[in-house]
Each structure stands twice: as structure tokens, then as C-alpha cells.
Design a protein around this ligand. Structure first.
Ligand SMILES: C[S@@+](CC[C@H](N)C(=O)[O-])C[C@H]1O[C@@H](n2cnc3c(N)ncnc32)[C@H](O)[C@@H]1O
Length: 281
């Protein structure tokens, strides 16, 4: 049977979703209450299907008795898809228009929020290195999911996933070859550890909304799309507070902050590449 037909048989109601969210909040202290309902529901239906659970209660019982399964659940629900140099034209804009500004600062503080398995972080480090700025940069790399964060720390990626990364790097028009930054080991590639010498990988939940520090550049790409407008507002407010004046904020190519209350703190630096700049405290 295909995934789709399974998903149809496992169609769930809004009340069941609410019950599941309340349970996860109580047991695991994670609040999915402000995730966009339609995509959250689709992810749960997929989990039911993949695990052959006939009802939401079977899923709740499994979560109740198996905290390891919660890690898998979190991974499925939070969608960790990522690529190096994802949206190559953004990385060109960063190199050609933003880094020349940041190059004048004594140090450059960057936050890659919701960085998944770190591909965005290695892309950043490579762009900085090619601009001769890596030594000045301190990068905070955060995600809610420890398992993907560990992959980022290890800098080890499957060989078979590298084609898309190599192609993106070519489209970015980097100075060298992406393979100059890694070595091959069995079925994997291992990135040069010197790239992440000044990167701290930390677990951080955007829903908790606590300010960490202040930054010159914040990336939060392809995660707000999974949040409802209320949570998007809170998160954009957090990033507004977490940026120095004139700091840059970059979201995913299908995202915008135009409808968020805190958008008045920002002006658009590049509409095409979804880059904003803080203009008001
Ligand atoms: C689709 S990936 C995006 C990765 C990368 N930023 C990119 O654009 O390629 C979304 C990431 O958001 C993370 N995430 C989801 N909810 C989160 C939350 N509440 N706090 C922090 N990270 C979260 C997921 O674990 C996942 O790694």
C-alpha cells in the first residue's frame, strides 16, 4: 500500500490532535500548540502510517512508555530537511553585499537558528572563510533536536547527499571546490573541523522564546513556515530583540515577516532573498 492510501485510512480529527499536543506538553514539556495545524496534522498522519498505529491513542501510549520513540517522533514532526548553500543566490548576496558591511566590525556575531544538521552552518563558515572573515566570526548554531545537532557537530554527511550540496556550491560560484573542505571516509564525507572552531552548537527551543544574546546576523530559514501566525510573531519579536541595530535577519525563500507585528522594527534589505535589516529597537 502506498503512503498516501495509509494516510487516508489514518485521518485524524482536530480534537485528537489537541489531545496529543496536550499529552506531549505534559510529558515532554514541548508545546506544539502554535505549530501550523494543517502541516502538523499531515506529519502526525504520516507517523501513524509509518508505525502502523490505527489510532492516535496508540501513538500516545507509545510516547508514554518509550521516551526514545519521542526522539523519532520529534524528528518526524519537525522536518529536518536541509542543504548546503540552499538557495544559492542568497549566499551570493550575503557574500557580495552583507559581508563587505560586516567586514568593518571588530567581530561578527551570527546565530543560525533552527540549523538542523548543520549544513547551513558549514555553508556560512565556508562563505566567511572565502571572504577572509572566518577568524572574526562567532557562530551560535541552535536547533530543538539534539540528534540533528550532533550531526552538525560531527560534520559527517552521507556521500549520497553531497550531489545537491556540490551543485548548490557551483551555483553559489565559490572560490574553490566544495571537496576542498572535506575528506571522504567510507560512505561519508567529513568536513574540516577548523571550519567550526568558533561555532557553538546548542539546543534551543524557539517556542520558549528566551533571548540568548545579541547578534549582527541571524538566519532562521524554513522553520517559521511550520508555525502559526501567533508563534511567527513571537519568534520575529525575539529575533528583533536579539539583533544589534542595523543587524541582518534572513528567512527562507518562501517566508516573509511582512505580516508580523514586529516587522516595523525592520526594513527590507532584499525582497528577493528575504533579507531584513533592523532599523528600530
Ligand atoms: C526544515 S529545517 C531548516 C534547516 C535550515 N535552517 C534550512 O533552511 O535548511 C527546520 C528545522 O527547524 C527545527 N525546529 C522545529 N521547531 C523548532 C523549535 N521550536 N525550536 C527550534 N528549532 C525548531 C527542526 O528541528 C528542523 O531542524
Amino acid at each position: 500500500m502506498s503512503d498516501n492510501s495509509n494516510i487516508e485510512t489514518n485521518e485524524i480529527t482536530i480534537n485528537e490532535i489537541k489531545r496529543l499536543i496536550a499529552f506531549v506538553k505534559m510529558q515532554y514539556k514541548f508545546d506544539f500548540g502554535n505549530y501550523a495545524l494543517s502541516s502538523f496534522k499531515r506529519r502526525i498522519e504520516r507517523i501513524l502510517s509509518l508505525n502502523s498505529f490505527a489510532t492516535i491513542d496508540e501513538l500516545i501510549v507509545k510516547l508514554q512508555n518509550d521516551s526514545k520513540f519521542y526522539d523519532e517522533f520529534l524528528r518526524e514532526v519537525t522536518v529536518n530537511t536541509t542543504e548546503m548553500f540552499r538557495s544559492p543566490s542568497l549566499w551570493r548576496k550575503l557574500r557580495d553585499e552583507i559581508l563587505p558591511i560586516l567586514a568593518n566590525y571588530p567581530s561578527i556575531r551570527i546565530w543560525s537558528a533552527a540549523c538542523s544538521s548543520g549544513e547551513e552552518v558549514y555553508s556560512l563558515a565556508i562563505v566567511l572563510k572565502e571572504a577572509g572573515l572566518l577568524h572574526k566570526a562567532k557562530i551560535l548554531a541552535t536547533d530543538i533536536n539534539d540528534v540533528v545537532l550532533q550531526k552538525g557537530k560531527d560534520g559527517t554527511y552521507w556521500n549520497r547527499n553531497m550531489e545537491v550540496n556540490e551543485n548548490n556550491y557551483l551555483r553559489f560560484e565559490g572560490k574553490y571546490k566544495l571537496s576542498d573542505y572535506y575528506s571522504k571516509k567510507d560512505d561519508n564525507v567529513v568536513f574540516d573541523k577548523s571550519l567550526i572552531q568558533d561555532v557553538s552548537f546548542k539546543t534551543f527551543d524557539l517556542v520558549q522564546n528566551e533571548q540568548y544574546s545579541k547578534f549582527d546576523l541571524i538566519f532562521c530559514r524554513n522553520v517559521m513556515i511550520y508555525f502559526n501566525p501567533e508563534l511567527q510573531n513571537k519568534v520575529v519579536d525575539l529575533f528583533g530583540r536579539s539583533l544589534f541595530m542595523k543587524g541582518f535577519f534572513i528567512v527562507g525563500e518562501k517566508e516573509t515577516i511582512a505580516f508580523c507585528k514586529s516587522s516595523e522594527r525592520f526594513e527590507t534589505f532584499s525582497a528577493e532573498e528575504r533579507i531584513y535589516q533592523k532599523i528600530k529597537e
